[in-house]
Design a protein around this ligand. Structure first.
Ligand SMILES: Cc1cc2nc3c(=O)[nH]c(=O)nc-3n(C[C@H](O)[C@H](O)[C@H](O)COP(=O)(O)OP(=O)(O)OC[C@H]3O[C@@H](n4cnc5c(N)ncnc54)[C@H](O)[C@@H]3O)c2cc1C
Length: 405
């Protein structure tokens, strides 16, 4: 079906990919409303993409080999071991992933948004609504515009989702991710360039891997998951979906997290975290969100606006790009808005729910009730890992395979 005016709310990973999908599907006019001004690319850290998911997304035309990346092949799970600088590696897993810098991934997608797109930065959407045969967008400056379809690619605090499901909100998982990057070590252990390192400690873990630095070199990307300190009062604050950007993390919280790293990490890996400039680290509270449907009337959801899965499955950006590939495919084979929207919803909402379930299980095991890592031996580790990877989403680590019709 050709034609149609499409609005995309949000111009991040899902928004850029959805604008591309709408054009490829045949939309006549695409408008992207993005609240942020300037360059989003300066704000991200690392993203991991499973090799198989990359191959599918490349075939679908949503990723290319020109996007800078670092190949990863193994994941090592490491515990502190007395004074040993590197600690003890307790388990090894294959880890066929590509590591990206979020900023360069976004820039490459932004460049692929077709020239005819009306991309409006610094434009805040206040409200959306749907009525028979269309949908409208009201901007924060009070003006309103009508469209045939409005796509919510506006992240975990989506206004589009609020219009579709006013009672739904992301549920706080009870812990946070502390993120940052540091200068890449010059003396990585042999093979370390291809390794994702997971340092484990009572009550959480921290994952580290190299990413491209958007010049010619690398940075060490890390993310540490744990509960906020007891009695900090943060739990209540984090229940309302939020994030604490660089420079806004309270000094008390930062010193608690730094102390935790100094106490529980092997010294070499502690240094990778602790040498990150404090004002460039940020806090991402962890949420779960699933929706009963990706479509209501002429409103549609994509990326984090639709589902937020805890990051442990390494598939947030993959899912956003897959949503776009699925929309294009539904559009190409659909003869009417109804057919396109139904096919998209059927293809994506089940995948979203399965990913949220798998990620929740992984988060509970890897952060909320961590095993006795010190006592764990390699066979125990693999049994523990397989136990999390069960159910309808098993095998979904790194994202479910893209079904292409
Ligand atoms: C600046 C930035 C940096 C990030 N860095 C990382 C990272 O390093 N690693 C990682 O794993 N994930 C990162 N993420 C999250 C990651 O992009 C998402 O988890 C995933 O890729 C899905 O993306 P999304 O486009 O659905 O949501 P998001 O990336 O959250 O994008 C939502 C977009 O919608 C815009 N928006 C929201 N509300 C409105 C509104 N009312 N009107 C107009 N625009 C609106 C936001 O400004 C934002 O650009 C980052 C997100 C952003 C915005």
């Amino acid at each position: 079906m050709g034609g149609g005016r499409v609005a995309v709310v949000g111009g991040s990973i899902a928004g850029c990919a959805m604008a591309l999908a709408a054009y490829r599907g045949g939309a006549r006019k695409v408008t992207v409303f993005e609240r942020a001004g300037g360059e989003l690319r300066d704000r991200g850290v690392g993203i991991g993409v499973h090799d198989d998911r990359f191959a599918e997304l490349e075939a679908a035309g949503y990723m290319t080999r020109s996007m800078p990346w670092v190949p990863l092949s193994r994941r090592l799970w490491t515990v502190r071991d007395g004074g040993s600088d590197l600690g003890r590696t307790m388990a090894r897993q294959p880890f066929p992933f590509r590591a990206y810098n979020w900023g360069s991934l976004w820039s490459e997608l932004r460049q692929r948004v077709p020239d005819g797109t009306d991309f409006r930065p610094e434009t805040d959407v206040a409200e959306v609504s749907t009525e028979a045969g269309g949908a409208s967008v009201r901007l924060a400056d009070g003006t309103a515009e009508d469209f045939d379809l409005v796509i919510g690619a506006d992240g975990y605090r989506s206004v589009v989702r609020r219009a579709m499901f006013p009672r739904l909100a992301p549920a706080y998982a009870g812990y946070l991710g502390w993120r940052g990057t540091s200068e890449a070590p010059a003396d990585l252990p042999e093979g370390g360039h291809e390794e994702a390192r997971t340092v484990v400690f009572p009550g959480g873990h921290c994952m580290m891997y190299l990413i491209p630095d958007r010049k010619e070199g690398h940075r060490m990307n890390w993310v540490l998951y744990t509960r906020p300190p007891a009695g900090s009062g943060l739990d209540a604050e984090l229940r309302t979906p939020t994030s604490l950007p660089p420079g806004k993390v309270a000094a008390g919280l930062t010193s608690y997290l730094r102390g935790l790293v100094a106490e529980h990490f092997p010294p070499y890996w502690a240094d990778c975290v602790l040498r990150s400039p404090e004002d460039r680290t940020f806090i991402q509270p962890i949420y779960d969100l699933e929706v009963p449907s990706y479509v209501r009337g002429r409103l549609m959801l994509a990326g984090d606006a639709a589902t937020v899965a805890r990051p442990h499955i390494g598939a947030g950006s993959v899912k956003a790009l897959q949503d776009a590939a699925a929309l294009e495919s539904a559009w190409r084979s659909g003869g009417s808005w109804q057919e396109i929207l139904t096919a998209y919803d059927e293809g994506r909402s089940t995948v979203g729910t399965q990913m949220v379930g798998l990620a929740r299980r992984m988060g509970e095991e890897q952060v909320v009730r961590t095993p006795d890592w010190q006592a764990m031996r390699e066979p125990d580790f693999h049994a523990w890992w397989d136990g999390q990877n069960r159910g309808p989403a098993s095998g979904g680590f790194g994202g479910q395979a893209l079904r292409r019709d």
